[in-house]
Design a protein around this ligand. Structure first.
Ligand code: GMT
Length: 375
């Protein structure tokens, strides 16, 4: 099939998933056209069956705000016509689903739109009265809608008061990148100056308020007071300066490694003993799945889709939001029982390979495309 994909091309779970999906579809022989404002950061356009169409917005003196949404719709319509797209799959509802609807109108309906909801497009923007009706419209006008967790479907229905059918299609990772890289992990640990016997906790995010990185630091403080532990904080974002200050004020600088954005995330995850994601909003938590695929158990909050990813007591633990005592207790449980830690890591890996199996999930999307193409 000929499939167009639109997503946010910068670092972020929705862009990563959209890019990996496009790459997987191209490997299966589909022709994939990315229609985005810049080359998605994990995409190599020299790969077979992959094409990149850049959306550019011209600036005129009369525009106070350049109309990206309209430029995107125009580009989408152009690519649908010129390339004969069967499907336009947009990731993140705003503005992509609405631009896709406009593009479809411009080509007299000659394409089917699939919209995948990723989280904050509903759980944050859905509360914004200037946008909620527009999100509702974009969803209702899509030919198929998917969401990355069952919880996100529930929240979409409640918040937007819609009865539209939404399929759960979980996220997946590329298992050729995320696998237990034990041998590389040992050398990276040494290189970072972390003693071999020390335990490692890891957090990866875009350091926004919803990630509650301060709870990760407080949990680490409690654990490291009892067990020789280091903390890796990977990623960058607006809260990073606040977190740096907190780490300094708590006197934890020696054992907290603030790495910024990293290319070798799989190696850093593989050298860790537990992954923490203590967010207040999280529709799925792709970073948990990345850790699980590296054989690392996770502790996450009882929020959004996180409990659909971590099986409490098997592949990790679930604690209540803000309960850093409990999170620390779970981490210490894993650290104090190496056999349990290993068992949970194995269960996490197995779950990543089965429940979130890339081939199965790509097939789920292909089924949706085939259903629409035949309708
Ligand atoms: O987590 C973020 O802030 C980025 C955001 C995005 O749109 O890229 O992530 C969302 O989509 C990811 C991929 O489906 C999910 O794994 C994240 O849980 C989700 N983030 C939130 O719901 C806060």
């Amino acid at each position: 099939m000929k499939i167009g994909i639109t997503c946010y091309p910068t670092v972020g779970g929705s862009g990563v998933v959209a890019t990996e999906l496009g790459k997987a579809l191209a490997e299966k022989g589909h022709e994939v056209h990315f229609i985005t404002s810049s080359l998605p950061f994990r995409l190599d356009e020299s790969e077979n069956n992959i094409y990149f169409h850049e959306v550019s917005v011209n600036s005129y003196a009369v525009f106070q705000h350049p109309p990206y949404d309209l430029a995107l719709a125009s580009k989408m319509a152009e690519v649908i016509k010129e390339e004969g797209l069967d499907i336009l799959h947009v990731h993140y509802a705003i503005p992509h689903a609405v631009s896709a609807y406009l593009a479809k109108e411009m080509v007299d309906g000659k394409v089917k739109i699939v919209t995948t909801l990723h989280g904050t497009d509903i759980t944050v923007l859905g509360y914004d009265p200037t946008l909620s009706d527009m999100i509702h419209f974009g969803i209702e006008r899509s030919d198929a809608v998917t969401a990355v967790s069952g919880d996100l479907i529930k929240q979409t229905k409640e918040l937007l008061n819609t009865n539209v059918h939404i399929d759960t299609v979980y996220n997946f990772i590329d298992e050729r990148i995320y696998y237990p890289r034990k041998s590389e992990a040992a050398s990276v640990k040494k290189e970072m100056g972390i003693p071999e016997q020390a335990k490692v906790m890891v957090h990866v995010s875009n350091f926004r308020k919803v990630k509650r990185v301060e709870d990760v630091v407080y949990t680490f403080q409690k654990v490291s007071a009892r067990i020789d532990t280091h903390l890796l904080l990977i990623g960058d974002g607006p809260e990073l300066p606040v977190i740096r200050r907190l780490v300094k004020d708590l006197g934890l600088k020696e054992k907290v490694h603030i790495t910024g954005s990293q290319k070798r995330v799989a190696e850093l995850l593989s050298m860790s003993d537990v992954k923490l994601l203590l967010s207040s909003k999280e529709s799925f938590g792709l970073v948990i799945l990345e850790a699980m695929a590296c054989g690392v158990p996770a502790v996450g909050t009882n929020i959004g889709g996180i409990p659909e990813v971590i099986e409490h007591g098997k592949s990790g633990y679930i604690c209540e939001l803000g309960d850093t005592d409990k999170a620390a207790e779970y981490v210490m449980n894993i650290f104090n029982n190496p056999a349990l830690g290993r068992k949970m890591g194995e269960a996490a890996l197995k779950r990543a390979q089965t429940t979130f199996n890339k081939n199965d999930i790509v097939k789920q999307y292909e089924k949706i495309y085939a259903r629409l193409a035949g309708s």
